[in-house]
Design a protein around this ligand. Sequence first.
Ligand code: C2E
Ligand code: MG
Ligand code: MG
Ligand code: MG
Length: 277
Amino acid sequence: QAKKEGRNNFQFYNKLLDKKNHERLEIENQLRKALDMNEFSLQFQPIMDLTSNEIKSVEALIRWNNPILGKVSPDRFIPITEETGLIISIGEWVLRTACLQLKSWENNGFHSLKISVNLSIRQFYQPNLISMIDNIIKEIEINPSKLTIEITESMTMDVETATSILYELKNIGVNISIDDFGTGYSSLSYLKTFPIDSLKIDQSFISDINKSKDDENIATTILVIAHNLGLSVIAEGVESKDQLEILKRHKCDEAQGYLFSKPLNSDDMLHFLRLNS
Ligand code: C2E
Ligand code: MG
Ligand code: MG
Ligand code: MG
């Protein structure tokens, strides 16, 4: 009896695994043609300056709508684009599209608006990263100081190589921000070694900041350390006024989250800019 049940369980898990593998393969197959089929788009989420209460910047966030799979979230498909190498061409598309969009807002009179673009670890180590970014900036005629590259610290990086790539990025004039700070392989020594401009406190520390003294202490400590090192700090995932008040009290520089706006398409973003600048 036990043996029979064991085998049934085995078959059950086998089927689950089959289904998962099949799903993953289907995503991979669909991803291979998604760029050519124009299935990607960008949304933009406002980043607010907490001193002036004005919109300062936007973060570009990729969206994928596939005819068979429907809308797939970046948390689900970005890792697959990294494993397959597809992130190299998709990442270049994201950067070019984001810069074109910034240029168009500039032409609509929003001259001081900046933009942030996420860079995955695989892109970070691509051999032509610097020339790829530099070419796009020059082609579209963007002031490089209006572009921020967001990288996550959770990458298993060799500190020396990473530092030299970051210096090359600084050399072409772009800003560098550490995304999801406080998760993954956080190392405070990075903050000292890397030539970075800002860090983004991960939303997992923000969500309970108004309920948990521990979370408030973590956020406050990150703020003090960052400010002492001359870095500016952005809070991610701010959803309530209570959270915002605490962050303001501790001199957080900028904030992003549903309290201000969800990520918006290009038209809705233009509307938001007209209302909030
Ligand atoms: P991220 O860079 O940390 O982006 C912030 C995520 O938090 C976004 O999710 C955003 O929609 C979400 N968010 C913003 N405010 C709030 C809030 O108040 N509450 C909650 N619960 N969530 C909020 P999204 O767009 O699903 O992106 C997830 C992740 O996928 C991003 O995290 C980033 O790591 C990655 N990603 C997105 N676009 C790109 C891209 O173009 N290239 C690369 N390499 N990665 C990307
Ligand atoms: Mg980001
Ligand atoms: Mg983040
Ligand atoms: Mg994230």
